[in-house]
Design a binder for this molecule. Sequence first.
Ligand SMILES: NC(=O)c1ccc[n+]([C@@H]2O[C@H](COP(=O)([O-])OP(=O)(O)OC[C@H]3O[C@@H](n4cnc5c(N)ncnc54)[C@H](O)[C@@H]3O)[C@@H](O)[C@H]2O)c1
Length: 346
Amino acid sequence: MDPVRLAVIGCGNQCTVSLMPGLPFIPEFDLVAVCDLKEDLARRNARLFGARGWYTDAARMLADEAPEAVMVVGPPQMHEELGSAAFQAGCHVFTEKPSSPTIAGARRLAAAGLAAGKLGQIGHMMRHAESVRAAWELSHREEFGRILSVESKYTTWPTASIPPGHGWGEPDEDWTYMLVQGGHPTDLMRHFLGPIVRVMARRAHGAGNYKVYQVTVEGAGGEVGFLNLQDCYGGWSTRLEVTGDRGGSLTIDDLDTVRYRRDDPSLKPPGGGMCWTAGEWTPHFTTKMGVRAGYQNQLQAFARSIRAGTPAFPSLADGWRNLVVAEAIVESCRTGRAVEVAQETV
Ligand SMILES: NC(=O)c1ccc[n+]([C@@H]2O[C@H](COP(=O)([O-])OP(=O)(O)OC[C@H]3O[C@@H](n4cnc5c(N)ncnc54)[C@H](O)[C@@H]3O)[C@@H](O)[C@H]2O)c1
């Protein structure tokens, strides 16, 4: 298979620490060039990760290099503008999340990809974490039954609103939280539960930007979920719990350990009674953090989807749908009422 000719726009922190370190391990990519407004960052990332060229002007890089795919990693306004320019230049596009500071913008970008006939993927990498892939496989076995409930707990350090002029839209603490953090647990919830049709949310706000959102979620098939968003911690932690309708449940802690428990009739003693099996899955100890968290796997999946002609996963449409749910959560917090989530498509 010919490697996909990839160009990168935005050589800041996330790109340099979490995304580009995976590229040398993805043979499906050929890194042709990188770009950042800051020349020193563009030069640095070209040197660190072996790009043949570096630029400070994205339009020039697209014209000169004619890449097949572009990774855009910067403020959300840049994702929308340069993602759209890359689609117009005939490229497949991966953007970090969120794909735009606004719901309308995220939808426009997803639609631009469809109109161009190109793949658009978004960086909700947790779907590609090794543990989440393992849990997905376990929870889709016949013995697990239908998924009835999902609890997604996500704990992060407090998020403040971002002043205007930085590409994050209007400053609003709740919306900024949803753009910066809330999309990740929402995406995991949608991954396991399916479409979300209604939310009922409460927010407790403390000193500074310390806050917690607790959200009851309803799925399209009557499934239930609970999003527990704790923006009040000095670090990062996550937990997902998925329950099936045949006596099984599984948890994923910190994208690392999967515990699977189920009622196993084959183990019942002659006298009867409940009998549980429990299994634990962890990544191999040599698996590096970028793979555990899904950063490298998501980019490899992007390259493979381009060559196989399969859909991007998660897609820019998923990124847009996550923001639609986020808006419903914010509205529910403000009104104190349950909010229906519109079920439109791009
Ligand atoms: N998925 C995750 O876990 C995760 C984690 C952290 C950050 N992120 C996302 O990554 C994105 C980037 O965050 P960051 O902390 O790296 O930001 P950053 O400010 O460190 O990097 C952004 C870079 O983009 C460059 N840039 C801006 N406009 C440009 C343009 N027109 N052309 C070329 N370069 C341009 C800037 O010079 C800067 O170097 C954010 O959208 C954030 O939401 C995702």
